[in-house]
Write a protein that binds this ligand. Structure first.
Ligand code: GTP
Length: 597
C-alpha cells in the first residue's frame, strides 16, 4: 500500500467514554466484519474484558475505507486500555501510530484519564482529532465540553466531531476526519527492513504471535529476520493482517501494521519495543526501544494444590508473554510451599492476572498480601529493595526505610470534594493543588503508594458514587516511620499476611485485620486466637470460638449416597482453603483482609 493512503491511529479516552463502542462502529460501517459476525466490543477479546466492560490489552484492526476523494485508504486502529493500571500498554501502542482520536463523553466532560492518556498521545507526537461522544444523551453539553477540552487540555476543539457511537450518528465524519486530519506515515520502501515489535502474545494453536509496525523496508513470508535486542534469528512462517482475525498477507511495507509467526519457542525472545530487521541486510540503527514497565505492587501466587506447581509455572510463562508489564520469580514460603513472587502495575492488574490464570489455565490460586517496593537502608550503608514484607531484615541492622510516593490527580464534582479531601488526609496525603474547571474540582495530592494500592480506587468510587476519576504517577521515595506487622493465627505467624504499615496507624490497622479475619476464617473444632503483632508485641487480638461441625449428623443412618454427596460437597469447599498449622484459611481471606473500611 502507498504511504499516502495509510492512516495509523489510536483512540484515547477515559474509561467508559465509549472508545470500544466507537471502534465497533468504525469496523461495522466499513464492512470490515460481516454483519452476522458482529458482536459488541469486538476488540475486547478476553472474557474478563467483556465481563468487566474494560479494555486490558491493546488490540488492532485493519480497515479498508473508500473515502470521499475516491481513493481507498487503509486505516490501522490500535485500541488501547483506559484504566490507570494499564498506562504502560497505552504508551507502547502510541509509539506505533501517528494520530489519535480523543473521545470525550459529552455528558461527563474531561476526566483524569482523559488527561493522562491525551498527554501520552501528545508526548508521542500525535495529531489529535477531538470527538464528543454520547450526544444522544439528554445531559450532553457539547459546547461546554469543547470549552473544557481547550481550557484543561489546551488543544483546539473548534472542529471537534459530535457523535453517538451507540446510534452511529457522526461516524462517517469520523472516518473522513481520520483521512483528512491525521498524517500519513513516513518511511522508505527501499531501505533495509526496520520494524518495531509492538506486542506479542501466545496463541494456543499458533504459538507465539508477534505484532509489528514496519518503519522502513518490506517484510515477506519466508524472510529470515533478526531481533536486534535478543539477537535471535527466525524464518517468517506466516504473515498476516488483523481484521481483527488473522488474514494471511503477502507483504507488509512502510507504515503497515501486521503480525507474523516464526516458530518462536522462547517467549523471552520477543521483547516489546525491539527492532526487527533482515538477517542478510540489516538496518544500521535500532529503534530507541521502550522503557521497561516498572511493577509497583508485588504479591505471591501459590497453587492451592502443591501438585499444580508445574502447571502454574507453565501458565505464568505464557501469560507473561501476553503481558510485558508483569514480572515473576520463584518463591518458597514455609506455609504455602512453592510459588511465584509476581510484580504488577496496580491492584486491578493483579486481579486481572490472577483471574486469567484461574480461568484460562484452570488453576486454583492463593494470593498473598500485596506490597509495594520499599527501600531498606542498612546501618552498613547498603540499600536493599524489599518486595516481600516477610523478607524484612532484623531491625537492629536497619537504619531507615523509604517508601514510594505518588502524585495523584483527582477530578471530582464540587459536592464530593470534602469526602475526597478527607479520604486523602486519612491516607497520609499532602495536598499540592486545587483548581476548578466549571463545577468540577481538580485536586492534586502527594500520597504514599502503599495507602493507594489496596482499595483507594474502590473507596474513591464509593464515596463519590462513581463520579470521581483518578490517575497517578510515581514521584520519589521518602523516609517514614514504617514497621512490619505480623498476623498470628492460632499463635503461628502467617507470612502471607505480613505487611508494612506506618507506626501511627499500626494499631488501628491491626485491629481491623483481626476483626476481618475473624469473619473470614470459618469456625473450627477449637478456639482460634488471631493476633496482630509488631516485633514481639501484640497490638490487637480477636478470638474465633469453637464449634462442632459434623455435616452428616443430620442424615440419620440409611442413605449412603446422600451422605457421600454431603461429604463431597464439604471437600469441594475445602479446595480453596489452605492449612496453616491446624487452621484452614480460605483463599479469599488474603486479599479481603487488606481492604480497609
Ligand atoms: P474501556 O474499554 O473500559 O476503556 O471503556 P470504553 O471507553 O471502551 O467504553 P465503552 O465503549 O465500553 O462504552 C461504555 C458505555 O457507554 C457502554 O455501556 C456503552 O454502551 C455506552 N455508550 C458508548 N457510546 C455511547 C453513546 O454514543 N451514547 C450512549 N448513550 N451510550 C454510549
Amino acid at each position: 500500500t502507498e504511504l499516502a493512503q495509510i492512516r495509523n491511529f489510536s483512540i484515547v479516552a477515559h474509561i467508559d467514554h465509549g472508545k470500544s463502542t466507537l471502534a465497533d462502529r468504525l469496523i461495522q460501517m466499513t464492512g470490515t466484519v460481516a454483519e452476522r459476525d458482529m458482536k459488541a466490543q469486538l476488540l475486547d477479546s478476553m472474557d474478563i474484558e467483556r465481563e468487566r466492560g474494560i479494555t486490558i490489552k491493546a488490540n488492532t484492526v485493519r480497515i479498508d475505507y473508500p473515502a470521499k476523494d475516491g481513493k481507498t485508504y487503509v486505516l490501522n486502529l490500535i485500541d488501547t486500555p483506559g484504566h490507570v493500571d494499564f498506562a504502560y500498554e497505552v504508551s507502547r501502542s502510541m509509539r506505533a501510530v501517528e494520530g489519535s482520536l480523543l473521545v470525550v463523553d459529552a455528558s461527563q466532560g474531561v476526566e483524569a484519564q482523559t488527561l493522562a492518556n491525551v498527554y501520552q498521545a501528545i508526548d508521542a507526537g500525535h495529531d489529535i482529532v477531538p470527538v464528543l461522544n454520547k450526544i444522544d444523551l439528554p445531559a450532553a453539553d457539547p459546547d461546554r465540553v469543547k470549552e473544557q477540552i481547550e481550557d484543561v487540555i489546551g488543544i483546539d476543539a473548534s472542529d471537534a466531531i459530535p457523535i453517538s457511537a451507540k446510534s452511529g450518528l457522526g461516524i462517517p465524519d469520523v472516518l473522513e476526519a481520520i483521512v483528512q486530519r491525521l498524517p500519513a506515515p513516513k518511511g522508505d520502501r527501499d531501505a533495509p527492513l526496520k520494524a518495531m515489535l509492538v506486542d506479542s502474545w501466545y496463541d494456543a494453536y499458533l504459538g507465539v504471535v508477534v505484532m509489528i509496525r514496519v518503519i522502513d523496508g518490506v517484510i515477506r513470508k519466508g524472510d529470515r529476520i533478526r531481533m536486534i535486542a535478543t539477537n535471535a534469528t527466525y524464518g517468517v512462517d506466516r504473515l498476516a493482517v488483523l481484521r481483527p482475525q488473522m488474514v494471511d498477507w503477502p507483504e507488509l511495507g512502510p507504515g503497515e501494521i501486521g503480525v507474523f509467526t516464526a516458530s518462536i519457542k522462547q517467549v523471552r525472545d520477543t521483547r516489546v519495543g525491539d527492532t526487527i530487521t533482515h538477517e542478510r541486510r540489516p538496518c544500521a540503527e535500532a529503534l530507541p526501544g521502550f522503557k521497561p514497565a516498572q511493577p509497583v505492587v508485588f504479591c505471591g501466587l501459590f497453587p492451592v494444590d502443591a501438585a499444580d506447581f508445574e502447571a502454574l509455572r507453565d501458565a505464568i510463562e505464557k501469560l507473561a508473554l501476553n503481558d510485558a508489564s508483569f514480572t515473576y520469580e520463584m518463591e518458597t514460603s514455609a506455609a504455602l510451599g512453592f510459588g511465584f513472587r509476581c510484580g504488577f502495575l496496580g491492584l486491578l492488574h493483579l486481579e486481572v492476572v490472577r483471574e486469567r490464570l484461574e480461568r484460562e489455565f484452570d488453576l486454583d490460586l492463593i494470593t498473598t498480601a500485596p506490597s509495594v517496593v520499599y527501600h531498606i537502608f542498612m546501618r552498613d550503608g547498603t540499600m536493599q529493595e524489599l518486595h516481600n514484607p516477610a523478607d524484612m531484615p532484623d531491625l537492629t541492622y536497619v537504619d531507615h526505610i523509604e517508601e514510594p510516593r505518588i502524585k495523584a490527580t483527582i477530578m471530582v464534582p464540587d459536592e464530593y470534594l470534602g469526602d475526597i479531601l478527607k479520604l486523602c488526609q486519612d491516607r497520609r496525603g499532602i495536598q499540592l493543588n486545587l483548581t476548578y474547571a466549571g463545577s468540577r474540582a481538580m485536586v492534586e495530592y502527594d500520597l504514599p503508594l502503599n495507602e493507594v494500592v489496596f482499595d483507594f480506587y474502590d473507596r474513591l468510587k464509593s464515596v463519590t458514587k462513581g463520579y470521581a476519576s483518578f490517575d497517578y504517577t510515581l514521584t520519589d521515595y521518602r523516609e517514614d516511620n514504617l514497621v512490619k506487622m505480623q498476623i498470628l493465627v492460632n499463635d503461628e505467624p502467617v507470612d502471607a499476611l505480613s505487611m508494612m504499615v506506618h507506626r501511627d496507624r499500626a494499631e488501628s490497622r491491626g485491629r481491623q485485620m483481626c476483626e476481618k479475619l475473624k469473619d473470614l476464617i470459618p469456625r473450627h473444632m477449637f478456639k482460634i486466637p488471631i493476633q496482630a503483632a509488631i516485633g514481639g508485641r501484640v497490638i490487637a487480638r480477636e478470638t474465633i470460638s469453637a464449634m462442632r461441625k459434623d455435616v452428616t449428623a443430620k442424615c440419620y443412618g440409611g442413605d449412603a449416597t446422600r451422605k457421600r454427596k454431603l461429604l463431597d460437597k464439604q471437600k469441594e469447599g475445602k479446595k480453596r482453603m489452605r492449612q496453616f498449622g491446624k487452621v484452614e484459611i480460605p483463599q479469599t481471606a488474603f486479599i479481603s483482609a487488606l481492604k480497609m473500611d
